[in-house]
Design a binder for this molecule. Structure first.
Ligand SMILES: [Zn+2]
Length: 88
């Protein structure tokens, strides 16, 4: 089963979750693109994942390790953004 996802609306790497402004553009990307689509095996199901230059080369195992380690950072970032947005 292959699911094609559009580019993530929140413009973040779906592995390390950093926003595009913090990401290194791909050296060969003509338009300075920071996220590229790859495919990951999500427990038996192949799904699209948009990832940055630092993450796209990771194996599935490394991907899960990084993603899960960053879980806490993601939660904190989200909270900070929610607070910021709330005060706009
Ligand atoms: Zn990343």
């Amino acid at each position: 089963m292959i699911s094609i996802n559009p580019s993530p609306e929140d413009r973040r790497c779906q592995c390390c979750y950093r926003p595009t402004e913090e990401l290194t553009p791909f050296p060969k990307a003509p338009n300075g693109q920071t996220l590229f689509k790859t495919f990951r095996n999500f427990s038996g199901c192949i799904g699209a994942s948009w990832e940055c230059y630092d993450c796209i080369g990771l194996s599935d195992k490394e991907y899960y390790k990084r993603r899960d380690e960053d879980e806490f950072t993601k939660i904190v970032r989200k909270k900070v953004e929610d607070i910021k947005n709330g005060y706009k």
